[in-house]
Every structure is written in C-alpha cells, then in structure tokens.
Design a binder for this molecule. Structure first.
Ligand SMILES: NC(=O)c1ccc[n+]([C@@H]2O[C@H](COP(=O)([O-])OP(=O)(O)OC[C@H]3O[C@@H](n4cnc5c(N)ncnc54)[C@H](O)[C@@H]3O)[C@@H](O)[C@H]2O)c1
Length: 326
C-alpha cells in the first residue's frame, strides 16, 4: 500500500511512518518542519530496508501542487499536519488557524478528487471545558469566549471534523476522525508546551518542575506506539468510515502528581514550582480541568486498549531523554 502522511516528520507522524515502513508500505511524507524535524525521519531515509520505499517532501500542505501530486500517488492519507501545542498556538494564532482550517480543507478536497480514504487527527481539546469523565464522542462541546485564543485550536480542529463529515456526507469521501488525547513518547519535544518532556527535562537538569495553575487539573496519557496501532487499525477497518473515535489512555492523574512521579522515577531533587496561568501563558489562556476519554467505541470496533500504563510510559520517556536520543 502507498501511504501519505502529512506532518510525517513530526512526533506522531514519524512513528506512524516507521510502523507503516515496517509492515511493508511505501511511505510518502509532507512536512514543512515548522514543529517537526528532519532528524525524526533521517534514520529511515538511511535504512537499507526502506530503500526506494520512503519519500520525504519538505513543503507545506498549503502548497496545492505538492499535495495534489502526493495525494494522486497514494492509496490512503493520514492527515496529521497541524499547528500544535498550547504555547505554539498562542504565539502564532493566525498561522495556526490558517494551517488547521485551510490545510485540512485542501487535504479533503484532494482526497475527494482522487477518491482516497483519509484519517483526520483531531484532538481531545475539541470537547472544551468539561468537568465530567469519561468524555464520550457524542458529548456536547463547551468553549470559552473567542477573546481567549486558547480555544482557537479546539475550534479549528472542530471545524476540521465538520468539514470532513460534510465531505463524507455530500461527496461520499471515506473519512475517519480520531480525537487524540495527550500522546507521549520519544521524539516529542517540550518546546511547544507538552508537559511530560518538559517535566522530564527539568527533573534531569535538577531545575524546578514548573506546574501551571494549582496542579489539580487532570489528564490521561497514551504511549505513541498505542496511538499508531489505533490509527492503522482504524484505517484498515471499513466500519470506521464516517465515524469519530476517541484515542487515549484511561489512567487519570493530576498534573502535580505527575510532577511528583517524574521526580521519583528520575531520582531528581528538583522542587515543584506552581506558576499562575496568566504568568505562563498571558491573559488569552484558560485551562481544561479534566480530560479523560471513553474508549468504548474504538475498543468495540478494533479491540483497542492501551498496552502501556503511565509508569511504563514515564520510564520509557525518561530512558530516552537520559540517552539524549530518539
Ligand atoms: N501529541 C498529542 O498529544 C496530540 C494530541 C491531540 C492531537 N494531536 C494531533 O496529532 C497530530 C500530530 O501532532 P504531533 O503531536 O505529532 O505534533 P508535531 O508538531 O510533532 O506534528 C505536526 C507536524 O505537522 C507539521 N506541519 C505543521 N504545519 C504544516 C504545514 N503547513 N505543512 C506541512 N506540515 C506541517 C509540523 O512541522 C510537524 O512535523 C496533530 O494534528 C495534532 O493536532 C496530537
């Protein structure tokens, strides 16, 4: 099979590329390296096993001609390219909206033109400010005001979902929507606000672990390999078409407990420092207090269940970051 991965030089995209190469697919990626890195995929470019099967295009999905050619060649598209990360979105609000809305529309338009199945990477952020758990795909969505730019990421991804579902309904396009919850693993950078690599980096350097807010907000975390298995499993499943799926872990932790666990597992003597949201992100920020997925739907369809628990995930990330490798 010929697979196109937009955002394939990013964190999740590079793991997906590796898994597709391992199962024998030809893999094409398109990435503008805005938050991704060529280093994430360089080992596969040099790997003899993948010679003549791995193609890297450094370009934007907003470049119509590049995307047209690649979509035409491939059998299936995993659309992961997006402006990602709370800090990145707040610092680049206009470009983020453009990439997430216009970029996805372009991908969908070309997939419809060539009749190619497409999986869209959406996010748990689309649920907004819920306090209940677990979050079910059919739950209502609650956002803050448009003056709080934090919600622009959620709203742009929600618009991607609407557009994808409209292409499915009106043009018969085979779309699958996945709402990814916090995903973690090697090659994820803490630079754009991702909490686990940031805490591990701080703990290993003996610096304070900076927890935003009071630290009582909760999250779940999924190991990237589990997420990649889910994405590939859904694309291989005809019944997934036209549907929305949560993809995430179910072990809920507060962020302050996460910081404590990382300090313990790294053997660090770093303290924990609470930083008010406004100081960390400015006035455009509001947090989500709780974010736990129901994974019943994806479990029932493809038997998905995360294989790694939180301690295993943390051990793997710590080991990788200690080696300074990916
Ligand atoms: N990591 C998570 O916890 C998480 C959670 C929810 C959703 N997601 C979604 O998963 C996808 C992948 O995220 P990730 O964590 O791997 O982040 P990432 O930043 O590592 O990956 C995004 C990739 O897209 C590329 N990109 C951005 N704009 C582009 C453009 N205009 N043209 C081509 N490439 C472009 C970036 O360079 C990067 O390589 C995103 O769509 C994101 O919204 C991730």
């Amino acid at each position: 099979m010929k697979v196109l991965i937009t955002g394939g030089a990013g964190f999740i995209g590079s793991h997906l590329a590796e898994a597709c190469l391992q199962r024998g697919d030809d893999v094409y990626i398109i990435d503008d390296l805005s938050t991704g890195s060529r280093d994430n995929v360089r080992p596969f470019e040099k790997d003899e096993r993948y010679r003549g099967r791995f193609f890297v295009h450094i370009d934007s999905i907003l470049n119509h001609n590049a995307l047209l050619e690649l979509t035409g060649i491939c059998d299936v598209v995993f659309h992961l390219a997006a402006a990602v990360g709370v800090r990145y979105i707040l610092e680049n609000p206009l470009e983020s909206i453009k990439v997430n809305i216009q970029g996805t529309e372009k991908v969908l338009e070309l997939c419809a033109k060539f009749k190619k199945k497409v999986l869209i990477a959406s996010t748990s952020e689309v649920y907004g400010k819920h306090m209940h758990a677990p979050l079910v795909e059919t739950d209502n969505i609650i956002y803050g005001p448009s003056s709080k730019f934090r919600w622009s990421y959620a709203a742009s991804k929600l618009m991607d979902e609407f557009t994808a579902l409209a292409y499915h309904r009106i043009k018969g396009l085979a779309v699958i929507i996945t709402r990814l919850f916090n995903t973690v693993g090697p090659r994820q950078t803490g630079a754009y606000g991702m909490v686990i690599p940031r805490f591990v980096e701080q703990a290993l350097a003996g610096r304070p672990l900076t927890v935003y807010g009071d630290g009582r907000q909760t999250r779940t975390f999924t190991y990237v390999k589990d997420v990649v298995d889910a994405l590939m499993g859904l694309v291989d499943c005809p019944q997934a078409v036209g549907e929305v799926f949560n993809v995430g872990g179910t072990e809920e932790t507060t962020i302050v407990d996460l910081a404590r666990r990382i300090i313990e597992l790294t053997g660090s003597s770093s303290p924990i420092e609470l930083i008010p949201y406004e100081k960390a992100f400015g006035k455009d920020f509001e947090d989500m207090q709780r974010r736990v997925p129901s994974i019943e739907k994806i479990k029932a369809l493809i038997g998905f269940e995360p294989a790694s628990d939180l301690d295993e995930i943390l051990q793997k990330v710590i080991a990788t970051m200690r080696r300074g490798a990916s």
